[in-house]
Design a protein around this ligand. Structure first.
Ligand SMILES: NC(=O)c1ccc[n+]([C@@H]2O[C@H](COP(=O)([O-])OP(=O)(O)OC[C@H]3O[C@@H](n4cnc5c(N)ncnc54)[C@H](O)[C@@H]3O)[C@@H](O)[C@H]2O)c1
Length: 234
């Protein structure tokens, strides 16, 4: 079985790659960052042979390279690559708006469409959205992009049924470099609002990806699962 994980160089994507490799997938790890080589080596040490592909997924040739690496068969596509460019609405530049929509939504859309011809009949797509799709202060562009990912998930689930299942995961605050980019005082306030009283771990998101991608989730499609320690509304 074969999986593609985008944004695999660090954080949640790296943990997903590890988990899927352990579950027996041959994992195509995709990232624009040079940190990908190290992440792939790490997965290799745990006994599998990942295929690292260092490309910018906002370029058409980047998408083509990933699809070629699938050799005509893909069982699980994980659209995880994402960026933030936070600012208050009055300070939001067009460039910050466009880049976040392009990476978080445009890439997930284009890679999903390109993958359709190679998706295995009982395959699955898992899109990493965010709890921020419900709306976050200072994250207009990001919230919009993730709301778009939810729409993509639901439309694609209809398009690919009854063969391929498509679901989204909406993580709350997960302890990665991205989350550590949030100023400490704000991060502490965010943690204080989480019923389970801590940030989530990348491995906990990876476990949910593994479940949604597996036959155990065979009657689940078009859904958004919030993994946020109980904080799932505002
Ligand atoms: N960390 C959190 O609290 C949190 C919460 C909710 C949702 N998410 C989402 O989970 C996903 C992973 O987040 P993370 O915290 O691991 O982030 P991260 O910043 O640690 O990792 C994201 C990876 O995506 C890669 N990437 C970015 N643009 C790319 C491009 N154009 N082409 C190829 N690769 C590209 C980056 O190089 C990076 O390695 C993102 O979609 C993010 O929005 C994260």
């Amino acid at each position: 079985v074969k999986a593609v994980v985008t944004g695999a160089a660090r954080g949640i994507g790296r943990a997903i790659s590890h988990r899927l490799a352990r579950d027996g997938y041959s994992v195509v790890m995709v990232d624009v960052s040079s940190g990908l080589a190290d992440a792939a080596l790490d997965v290799e040490r745990s006994g599998s042979e990942p295929v690292p592909i260092q490309v910018d997924l906002t370029s058409p040739s980047g998408i083509d390279t990933v699809i070629e690496a699938c050799d005509g068969r893909l069982d699980l596509l994980v659209n995880n690559a994402g960026i933030t460019r936070d600012s208050r609405l009055v300070n939001m530049t067009d460039e910050a708006f466009d880049s976040v929509i392009e990476v978080n939504l445009g890439v997930a859309y284009r890679l999903s469409v390109a993958a359709v011809p190679v998706m295995a009949p009982a395959g699955a797509i898992v899109n990493i959205a965010s709890r921020a799709y419900l709306g976050n202060f200072g994250q207009f562009n990001y919230s919009m992009s993730k709301g778009g990912v939810v729409g993509l998930t639901r439309a694609m689930a209809l398009r690919l049924a009854p063969d391929v299942r498509v679901n989204a995961i909406a993580p709350g605050l997960i302890g990665t470099e991205m989350a550590m980019g949030i100023p400490e005082d704000i991060r502490e306030k965010m943690v204080a609002a989480i019923p389970l009283a801590r940030m989530g771990q990348p491995e906990e998101v990876a476990a949910l990806v593994a479940f949604l991608g597996s036959g155990q989730a065979s009657y689940l499609t078009g859904q958004v699962v919030v993994i946020g320690g109980g904080r799932s509304f505002t």
